[in-house]
Ligand binder design. Sequence first.
Ligand SMILES: *Cc1c(COP(=O)(O)O)cnc(C)c1O
Length: 455
Amino acid sequence: MQKKITLTEAEIPESWYNIVADMPNKPLPPLHPGTHEPIGPEMLMPLFPMELIKQEVTSDKWVGIPDEVREIYKIWRPTPMFRATGFEKLLGTSAKIYYKYEGVSPAGSHKPNTAVPQAYYNKQEGVKRITTETGAGQWGSALSFACQMFGIECDVYMVKASYEGKPYRKIMMNTWGANVYPSPSERTQAGRSILAKDPNSPGSLGIAISEAVELAMQADDTKYALGSVLNHVLMHQTVIGLEAIKQLEKAGDFPDIVVAPFGGGSNFAGIAFPFLRYNLEEGKSIRCIAAEPASCPKLTRGVFRYDLGDTVGMTPLLPMYTLGHNFIPAPIHAGGLRYHGAGAIVSQLLNDGLIEAQSFKQLECFDAGIKFAQSEGIIPAPEATHAIATVIKEAQRAKEEGTSPTILFNLCGHGHFDMGAYEQYLSGKLVEHEVTQDEILASLAELDTPLITNS
Ligand SMILES: *Cc1c(COP(=O)(O)O)cnc(C)c1O
């Protein structure tokens, strides 16, 4: 049996797949945060280059990948796929388990798949500087790398708690030439207003987004980039699933279940949407499962309604499964995936019953990650361990039901910068955590945004 399934450079996809073309119910439009009226593409022009705005709203099924982007993709793409023979043996499962490994990129995750085209289109349209936010540092490093490839300045607002706790991610960004600021900062109105209320604020993704967006709005030669949630970001990630289809074909297999961890939805979309196409077009019934933390469970315990993408209210309202834009996961949660909401496309698919979601507590996730590292060798990013926990659960279910499904999951990154979290787990300091219903209800009670009624 072949363990590693590779492709040639010529097999890097030539187009991204846009699932909007095949969705039975299209995602609802973004709304103006003040008037609650649908916004036109022109509202996004201060933030994004025109080509990305077009991609955000297009319903074309395929969007060509520029040659310049494919050239840079060749540094790490096509990424390998593995049959998880060691892991299967450890689990004693009759399921066949495959994983696509995105940790081979320069930044160590799937995020450069969209950072590179985003930097490219900004460069094409004369943008000199890109601002962004980062939590754990994965997106900030991916964008720093991509901006360096095209000679663009990159300013990263890094959640203060991570800035202080993960110095090596910051240095990685500096190495690629980016400026990194702890958020909340004194550099923006948004940051100053948060600091006035709480000088010791540890920051959050929502606050850092407000800062980066504010700065991009102020200067003509500066734009903003987001590493997840938005339609164009999800579409760029479909190179993962499109390659995976070819690799499984080579292995003579096809998945019954596709699994990925879920933060804002980009790596899930990346691996799952090209397979969902078979469900939507050909009536196949592949189960696509998004795996999220019990500490930030927007898909399994949030509500589907309009909410802000940030904390201060600089972004449009998006239709999403959300825990409320003020929701901040408990600091003891170590597994990432801390964003309060989900992208509009993924939210619509979940609402329509076309995808599934499961949540896992952190000890189960780290236990799964260590089992995986010890049987397959690769140390997964804490985010990815949510997918591995899901795979273990599905393998268990298969055993009970006497079935032998083929399971594919996205190993979206390595955990080399997350040894702090592994250290906590291995030394027994990591405690179990699940958000309470009262905490969720309190956060949702702060929302005054429009509800979505199912037509
Ligand atoms: C950013 C990130 C995630 C979460 O974001 P998605 O948009 O949901 O993919 C998950 N895993 C890794 C390794 C990441 O860097």
